[in-house]
Write a protein that binds this ligand. Structure first.
Ligand SMILES: NC(=O)c1ccc[n+]([C@@H]2O[C@H](COP(=O)([O-])OP(=O)(O)OC[C@H]3O[C@@H](n4cnc5c(N)ncnc54)[C@H](O)[C@@H]3O)[C@@H](O)[C@H]2O)c1
Length: 458
């Protein structure tokens, strides 16, 4: 199909899909009069952005540093459970020659953050606490008149995700889940290749978070492992789906007029690795050895989209193996895959390959990057390359600030954060029911068909 025919085909099929979706997938009441669809929402420009930070542990401190390094920003409040983290955050700012005199700090109990929201009246709040507090904190942030920027996942339950949607639509506030992986060089380059038509029509994606995090169990009382280890007992299914799924969702233009999430099935392997690690590394009466690790070590879900495309999503934070997000996308003209970056095209690539029977790699991949690096990466790489996760954290923060200052829609809307995070409960329900198919809630209530594509392509 020509590019034009392809777009027409997709548009016609999508419109049929949208019609069906508006009644098949809605699982809550219709939008109330006071609510507004937020798919392409842009807030009034902010000349100076006043931010409060809620949770400044491992991740929150990184956001604080990146935000404060950009012009036209001001830190007005910091909240954490522990004074030590507040002091370390202040030190970060002082080392950047930023005065901390007027920053209000809140610590010491788990409700002080509410005081911060009402007392410092920030424009935006960065929420980087443990998974179970995100939902409530995002909702309260918006009710207090601020935009919410929330670490992954956005919330753990579909009920909380609907609360976030309803609040964002009522108070007209952004709620962006900060999926940094969508700003990775590889992911942006793949997006650029896809939008340039180099893969043809998309058929299938593979996304994952496979990261051996057993070492976090050494954080016994504070820090990530102290709360994350408990999650392997609480739930079954995929606990951390968004790093892999976010980019594949935007490659396929899911929730952005072309296609959307439809159904999911999910299975988990036996749960063995955490118990084994606990036994081998902690005394027999240690709290880690009294947990019932019921969540299978490896979870595999398959999503079917409305156009019938498939996405395999895997999660494994326990098994001994190297890190990967898979990041694979198959089209009718070729395939792209991550870890390490590979590509194959039906017609080959320049002098490097002659058809799709061999991967473009090595110098061929260098040439592919040279030719198809995303314009956003090219524009920002010089200033962000030394920031976290290979530069993706810096690009994400730059874009958040740039969009807020210029009154532009954000690169990830509230519906994307909710759909990507909904895998947690959907996969759990499917695993608990021997792989029974689960329907995705349509958080857009049928309006995904009117939402513009991820638009920083030029
Ligand atoms: N996007 C990424 O690449 C990435 C990387 C690491 C972590 N994360 C995410 O970031 C979030 C935080 O993870 P982390 O590793 O920084 O954990 P962490 O335990 O190091 O930090 C969480 C902080 O939140 C604070 N906190 C918890 N409840 C609070 C409350 N009621 N009031 C005030 N402060 C509170 C804790 O004191 C702690 O300092 C998680 O959602 C995690 O999944 C994302």
């Amino acid at each position: 199909m020509s590019k034009f025919d392809r777009r027409n085909f997709i548009k016609t099929t999508s419109l049929t899909a949208a019609f069906a979706s508006s009644y098949v997938f809605s699982s809550t009441d219709s939008r109330k009069n006071e609510q507004m669809y937020m798919g392409d929402f842009s807030a009034p420009k902010l000349n100076k952005i006043k931010a409060a930070f809620l949770g400044v542990g491992y991740r929150g401190k990184g956001h604080l540093k990146l935000f404060a390094s950009l012009p036209g920003t001001e830190v007005v409040g910091i909240s954490d459970l522990y004074e030590e983290n507040i002091l370390k955050s202040n030190k970060i700012l002082e080392n950047m020659n930023i005065s901390t005199d007027s920053i209000k700090t809140f610590w010491g109990d788990d409700k002080k953050w509410k005081k911060m929201l009402s007392e410092v009246m920030p424009d935006i709040v960065f929420i980087s606490t443990d998974w179970n507090s995100h939902g409530e904190m995002a909702v309260e942030t918006m009710k207090n008149g601020a935009h919410a920027f929330v670490e992954v996942p956005l919330a753990m339950t579909i009920k909380e995700l609907w609360d976030i949607i309803d609040t964002s639509e009522k108070y007209k506030k952004h709620c962006m889940m900060m999926e940094n992986v969508n700003y990775g060089r590889e992911e942006l380059m793949f997006l650029n290749l896809i939008r340039n038509g180099q893969l043809g029509d998309l058929l299938h994606g593979e996304a994952a978070y496979i990261h051996d995090l057993r070492f976090q169990m050494n954080e016994e009382t504070r820090g990530t492992g102290s709360w994350r280890t408990l999650e392997y007992e609480k739930r079954r299914g995929n606990l951390y789906p968004t790093h892999g799924l976010g980019p594949v969702s935007q490659y396929m233009n899911l929730l952005r007029s072309e296609d959307t999430f439809k159904t999911l099935v999910s299975f988990s392997s036996p749960a063995m690795g955490r118990k084994k690690f606990g036994k081998e590394n902690f005394p027999s009466n240690h709290k880690w050895n009294n947990l019932n690790y019921q969540n299978g070590d490896i979870n595999t879900s398959i999503i079917k989209t409305y156009l019938g495309r498939t996405i395999m999503v895997q999660w494994d934070e326990t098994s001994p193996r190297p890190y990967t997000r898979l990041n694979l996308i198959q089209g009718t003209k070729g395939i792209l895959a991550g870890g390490p970056t590979r590509a194959a095209f039906d017609k080959g690539f320049e002098n490097y390959t002659k058809d799709s029977k061999e991967w473009v790699k090595g110098e061929g991949i260098d040439r592919l990057y040279e030719k198809y690096d995303h314009p956003l990466y090219k524009r920002l790489n010089n200033q962000t390359k030394n920031t976290g996760h290979g530069g993706m954290d810096g690009i994400m923060m730059y874009r958040i600030v740039e969009c807020l200052k210029n009154g532009l829609p954000l690169d990830q809307n509230v519906y994307e954060g909710c759909a990507w995070s909904s895998l947690i409960e959907l996969s759990s329900n499917s695993v608990n029911n021997d792989g029974e198919p689960q329907s995705f809630p349509d958080f857009t209530r049928g309006d995904w068909v009117n939402t513009n594509t991820f638009d920083i392509i030029s």
